[in-house]
Design a protein around this ligand. Structure first.
Ligand SMILES: Cc1cc2nc3c(=O)[nH]c(=O)nc-3n(C[C@H](O)[C@H](O)[C@H](O)COP(=O)(O)OP(=O)(O)OC[C@H]3O[C@@H](n4cnc5c(N)ncnc54)[C@H](O)[C@@H]3O)c2cc1C
Length: 511
């Protein structure tokens, strides 16, 4: 375990990041032309790169920070046979065959993980568990019944049960056998080891700023490095810079705490309620002691107060469990797709041979893994059974996903309002140490953070991706864009795409 873990894309530490493999990769040797460059070193990138390398393709991974820096280092790592987009919702938008294929993708993603764990002998706390989903009122019971019927229809085993290991009173519940949990960083460390052993090249601290395409060849630019490849995979969770996905995916923040209990049994299961936003609990043994992981309370990035979300999560946990201490608290970001299914395949409006995967909702362990396989299949054989279903260029009506419409309606508002007005104005003097705020000083908008020594870190608050105004996230000490989810640290450095350029410091801006 690392005492000082390498950083994630936020100030809070997840328990997984203490297991980051921080041995620096062998100095990467440039190949003249790669078969494929994989951009991004999370579960999607590592899965795709390993499969390609095992198939005899010469690949490199370019990761802006270090392996696991993104959401894979801040996930809660449940492996499920059901998904946030229910099979009933998938059927209503994509028909019965579409829902069946979606269920197959989820199952194959989960199987890919368990096969890797056993064939590569990865020690990552992988354990099979039963998953329980319960309803607390009439409306939730109706949803639960729909979930039950649609799951059976697509071949996912599920039963009603009266026994759920939860202290929360409930009305009706489902049991899904054969779910699982693991430590995501120990898992991708195992993929990385196998990838390097198979001859894979790894560039860390290498942010790909842009790609220029010539016939059948792509040149990826990173600071002073130029990487040439026959194919490019954006495994960046959200492809960088402006793309159609800025209008088809909404960025969400999600919260997790890991607590020690005074007494009582830690549940040997994965348990979910049906509230909106929902809560879940599971147990993970970390450093020799059981901890209860409690998560949820998701909201659109930059739209609600992260301090309030953590306070509510802690209160909810204490209402039902005898908590002796909170050992970890962290949050991270995921993307809700407009029509409910992920976008995996040839990237729209780019040259042939540039692929991407995004919009996994909260199911990126399975969908990121299957995306790795789909993208590898496209690079190797130009074929996959999922080509049409997950085609990133598909056009589907989005009105059945009212959550997406509701939450994304404000993007247009921010595009306009942010250019003219910073609502909160204040003076620099009133800024408390350790706090960040949007201020107006001498008629100029600034994103100001005062550190513990009283130094002001002043940035231009205009997001470099598409010009919205960033919002302060006091928990992760980051500036988060409410439009498309780009995030920056207190110095303005990009933490999370789609931005690839840092926020300007006020001095940069003035020069
Ligand atoms: C709190 C939370 C809990 C979750 N729980 C679950 C769960 O229980 N089960 C489940 O299935 N899913 C869950 N998810 C979703 C899941 O964690 C994610 O979908 C998944 O980790 C995404 O993996 P990824 O590899 O695609 O992206 P990431 O892990 O974000 O990796 C992308 C990488 O790309 C790098 N990058 C970005 N831009 C560039 C660039 N221009 N150049 C170079 N590198 C770049 C980033 O630094 C990053 O390391 C959860 C999500 C959250 C937020």
């Amino acid at each position: 375990m690392n005492i000082n873990p390498p950083s994630r894309d936020g100030a809070l530490n997840s328990p997984w990041q203490y297991n980051f493999d921080n041995t620096p990769p062998k100095p990467a040797e440039m190949q003249s032309i790669l078969d494929c460059l994989v951009v991004g070193g999370g579960i999607t990138g590592l899965t795709a790169a390993l499969l390609l390398q095992q198939a005899g393709k010469q690949t490199a991974i370019a990761e802006a920070h270090t392996i696991g820096f993104g959401t894979t280092g801040g996930t809660s790592a449940h492996i499920n046979t059901f998904a946030d987009t229910t099979y009933a919702e998938a059927e209503s938008a994509f028909g019965e065959e579409g829902a069946r294929l979606f269920a197959r993708a989820i199952r194959e993603g989960a199987e890919l993980i368990s096969n890797n764990v056993s064939t590569l002998n990865i020690d990552c706390d992988y354990e099979s568990k039963t998953g329980y989903l319960y309803a607390e009122d009439e409306e939730q019971i109706k949803q639960l019944e729909e979930i039950y019927t649609a799951a059976l229809k697509v071949g996912v085993p599920v039963n009603y049960t009266a026994n759920v290991p939860t202290p929360v009173p409930f009305e009706k519940a489902l049991a899904f056998e054969g779910q699982a949990q693991f430590d995501p960083i120990k898992y991708i460390n195992g993929l990385k080891k196998a990838y390097i052993k198979a001859g894979g090249i790894l560039f860390e601290h290498t942010l790909i700023e842009k790609v220029d395409s010539k016939i059948g060849m792509h040149e990826a630019h990173a600071n002073k490095l130029l990487i040439t490849a026959k194919a490019i995979i954006y495994a960046t969770h959200m492809p960088p810079n402006i793309s159609v996905f800025n209008f088809e995916c909404a960025p969400y923040r999600s919260y997790v705490i890991a607590v020690k209990l005074k007494g009582g049994k830690y549940p040997d299961a994965l348990i979910y309620d049906s509230q909106e936003p929902y809560h879940y609990v599971r147990t993970h043994r970390i450093d020799g002691e059981d901890l209860l992981l409690v998560g949820g309370l998701d909201h659109k990035t930059g739209h609600e107060d992260p301090e309030k979300a953590f306070a509510e999560l802690e209160k909810y946990t204490k209402d039902y469990y005898a908590v002796s201490s909170v050992k970890y608290r962290w949050s991270s970001q995921y993307y809700i797709p407009a029509d409910g299914l992920p976008y995996i395949g040839q990237m729209p409006l780019t040259a042939d041979g540039i692929y991407c995967a995004t919009g996994y909702n909260g199911n990126g362990m399975m969908l990121g893994s299957i995306a790795g396989r789909i993208l590898a299949d496209l690079v190797i054989a130009n074929d996959t059974p999922y080509r049409q279903l997950f085609n990133p260029a598909r056009i589907k009506p989005i009105d059945s996903f009212s959550e997406f419409v509701k939450e994304n309606a404000d993007v247009a508002y921010h595009f306009i309002a942010d250019r003219f007005n910073v609502k909160k104005t204040d003076s620099l003097k009133r800024l408390a140490p350790g706090a960040g705020k949007l201020l107006e000083v001498d008629g100029k908008k600034i994103a100001a953070y005062k550190d513990e020594q009283g130094n002001i870190h002043a940035l231009n608050p205009v997001c470099t991706h598409s010009g919205c105004i960033v919002a302060w996230n006091a928990e992760e000490r980051s500036w988060d864009c409410p439009c498309h989810g780009a995030r920056y640290d207190i110095e303005g450095n990009v933490l999370t795409g789609p931005a690839t350029r840092n926020l300007k410091t006020i001095t940069d801006d003035e020069s």
